[in-house]
Design a protein around this ligand. Structure first.
Ligand code: PLP
Length: 370
């Protein structure tokens, strides 16, 4: 049960209702509810500009984005991916009949470790699906080098990477495709929603066919597509969210800085600083709890916060490789994924969202300090 007085790991940022009602009136007026309507077109254009990308296709959600992205590039066989993510990353492979091959993460930002990717490549490997976990960019140049050497595609799960830039360049412009999620729990939400970023008009056209049953014209179906379209309610809401997103990000940045300041002296608690040259969105505030140095385990901290009505989340625990569907895979063995296993056992995401007050943040910190 959601209780109003509780503090959860996140809370959706909502734009002013009166402003949304104006958009609703227009939808009621023009009676276009979906299928590339006027708000869909406008949101797509404004979002591409905001994110600094040339081609973007809006979708009903991020999971359909990942599933569709694999279809867009005709990926098959085996795909190398990370176990330290939300289950949808690997599920998208399963839904395409692709065998996931888990590779360990690096210990600094918990993204796929490029140095371990090469050893997992087989003649069946056709792509790499890394995740920019917590919005910290993967080692994009190194991954591209490997992909180029072995003739592999890269599809980034960029669900956490809204607005992230490396030295001014949008992280979404790396790899072949990047998939965003606008789920209610993300930095930027459209209730549910998502998008695929690509780099040329032909690919965008193929995505647009695939998300609409494969229709290329009134009577032409070019592929076994799916229904993954974003509707006008979501699109109009997205246009409105774009007006406020910089405000949301600025508030979260201030909260993240306050956490860093407050937590920095505590033995056994580690947190992540921004990687050099990176601008990001602060969708999460993960800390790692070293039980030996801190004196309590991660789970004890998690339970203790709950007693104070503060609900952190153990993202990402358990690892995807531990779920029944995947744990039988040879690459799912704990011995193959030592860094991911250790991280999953120590990590706790503390509440961060634009409406979190500094007082509540201080309360959370004081519980961690006591
Ligand atoms: C949220 C999330 C998804 C799924 O996106 P939906 O829009 O909820 O379908 C996929 N991958 C990661 C890493 C996520 O955090």
């Amino acid at each position: 049960m959601i209780e109003k007085s509780n503090i959860y790991v996140t809370q959706p940022a909502l734009p002013p209702l009166e402003e949304y009602i104006e958009y609703l009136k227009q939808i009621w007026d023009n009676k276009i509810l979906t299928n590339n309507g006027p708000f869909h077109k406008q949101f797509e254009k404004e979002l591409a500009e905001y994110l600094g990308v040339n081609y973007i296709s809006l979708l009903a959600n991020g999971t359909l984005g990942l599933i569709t992205a694999l279809q867009v590039l005709n990926i098959s066989g085996e795909v190398i991916t990370t176990p330290f993510s939300f289950v949808a990353t690997t599920h998208s492979l399963w839904w395409n009949n692709i065998k996931p091959v888990f590779v360990d993460i690096e210990p600094e930002y918990f993204n796929l470790d490029p140095e371990k990717v090469e050893a997992a490549i087989t003649p069946q490997t056709s792509a790499i699906m890394p995740v920019h976990v917590y919005g910290n960019p993967c080692q994009v140049d190194r991954l591209q080098e490997i992909a180029d050497t072995y003739g592999l595609k890269i599809i980034y799960d960029a669900a956490h990477a809204f607005g992230v830039r490396i030295n001014g360049k949008p992280v979404l412009n790396y790899g072949d495709l990047s998939v965003l999620s606008f789920h209610a729990t993300k930095m930027f939400n459209t209730f549910e929603g998502g998008a695929i970023v690509c780099h040329n008009q032909k690919t965008k056209q193929r995505i647009d066919f695939l998300k609409n049953f494969g229709f290329a014209g009134e009577t032409t179906v070019v592929a076994p597509g799916i229904n993954a379209k974003m509707n006008e309610l979501q699109s109009a809401y997205g246009i409105l969210q774009l007006k406020y997103v910089d405000e949301y990000i600025a508030k979260c940045k201030a909260l993240a800085e306050a956490y860093c300041e407050e937590l920095k002296g505590i033995a056994g608690i580690r947190f992540l600083y921004d990687p050099p040259g990176v601008k990001r969105g602060f969708p999460f505030f993960p800390v790692l709890i070293d039980a030996e140095k801190y004196g309590k385990t991660r789970d004890e901290v998690y339970e203790n916060l709950k007693k104070h009505n503060i609900y952190g989340r153990r993202y990402f625990y358990p690892l995807i490789s531990q779920f029944p569907t995947y744990r039988g895979l040879p690459s799912a063995k704990a011995s193959n994924l030592p860094v991911a296993e250790k991280t999953a056992a120590q990590v706790l995401c503390l509440p961060i969202f634009s409406n979190l007050s500094m007082d509540d943040l201080k309360k959370i910190v004081s519980i961690l300090k006591s």
